[in-house]
Design a protein around this ligand. Sequence first.
Ligand SMILES: NC(=O)c1ccc[n+]([C@@H]2O[C@H](COP(=O)([O-])OP(=O)(O)OC[C@H]3O[C@@H](n4cnc5c(N)ncnc54)[C@H](OP(=O)(O)O)[C@@H]3O)[C@@H](O)[C@H]2O)c1
Length: 434
Amino acid sequence: MDKHIFDRPVRIGMLGCGVVGSHVARLLLADKEELSTRAGVKIELVKIAVRTIRPIDDIDPKLFTTDAKSIVNDPEIDLIVEVMGGIEPARELIMAAIENRKSVVTANKALLASHGAEMFTAAYAKGEDIYYEAAVAGAIPIIRPMRDSLVGDFVTRLMGIVNGTTNYILTKMHEDNREFADVLKEAQALGYAEADPTADVEGFDAAAKAAILSGLAFHTRVTIDDVYREGISKITLEDVQIAKSMDHVIKLLAISELTPSDEISVRVHPVMLHKSHPLASVRDAFNAVYVEAESAGSLMFYGRGAGGAPTASAILGDICAVARHIAHNSVGQRETDYADRDIAPIETTKTKFLIRLEVEEKAGVLAAIAQVFSTHGVSIQTVNQAGRDTEAELTIVTHQATEGELKATVDALKAMDMVKHVSSVIRVEGALSA
Ligand SMILES: NC(=O)c1ccc[n+]([C@@H]2O[C@H](COP(=O)([O-])OP(=O)(O)OC[C@H]3O[C@@H](n4cnc5c(N)ncnc54)[C@H](OP(=O)(O)O)[C@@H]3O)[C@@H](O)[C@H]2O)c1
């Protein structure tokens, strides 16, 4: 029998009881006995903070309070589950909880991606855990695989579809030939997208997750401000159809990798991905993270990235693990930042690009355009030309080039009289090999 230092239940206080919190509370109450057996210590939900008290599911109304501070300051509470979201007051409440020697389980990616270092440092100084499996890709176990299971390996690269809303929109554009705005409206009606969809469609949510995963993968503090970010709002149906005609899909990817100079290149942007890549088959609102490590090789984690019940599954796993640590006066594997790597400037990141141009249909145009690419050190892999009366559309795929070289090329193309319009520039991953 394990040596237990607790002769009473581990008491849990929750901050928030919305989409995620209400599922956590309901399951903690309904499955209390079974979860306690699995954790190896009795666990008990004793308080829940909300802004406005109202009936939620069958949760005992006596558990609710509007005084969140009273929970983090309660000496009888051992473990705080933060599912209120946002930066403040969540940050202040978590810091107070740690100061009062409480471990924390949180789903708050925005907070971790901006103030993670401060929270981890405080928790480790006090000998407390911070667990956050739900903060990246909902139900998918990815934080503990990265932090615990792969701690003996060397991760070289990860690529993730970590935002369900954008993956849903891109899937519908690809499969049903629908415009971005039309699918976004449907996603909002179905509850997949917020009324203000900016955080999802402009890539902020994915950037927060990219920062968290990069920190774990490369043992360095990475914040959301380190992540280069572009969303999907400029992706047109025409882009999607051209990708499809070339056996590719367009996905919003979070990519983080080590550069040859041992810097971290971390970015979120749309990518044309060959259909043979495992991430290309991730459809609708599903998420997946593809990890490459020196010894393990390639690994893929797939599942539901959001929603009340899937996210609650990850939180309940964290609660059981942390409750066991509390009962045994121990802590789990920690984040480390010893490698302290630099973040690579986006201009130095190398990738392939697809560029679509509308140009004048006349002799010498192709040669002049090829010359611009060559002058800026960008080598062309393929060119396709489709004529339209006095204008032609060129679809050019490059070999690997840096973002800086490509930007200089596009700036020069835009300045040419014979170039009417640069319709799109999309990065390419996977096939189309040289
Ligand atoms: N939804 C998902 O699928 C999902 C997936 C992964 C991670 N997450 C993360 O989980 C967290 C919670 O998300 P959610 O979707 O459950 O949010 P939500 O539905 O908006 O719920 C937020 C809850 O927190 C309470 N709250 C907010 N501010 C408060 C304050 N100052 N004092 C006391 N209570 C406060 C709200 O109370 P009132 O209702 O009374 O205002 C509500 O109960 C976020 O960090 C989110 O990023 C969500």
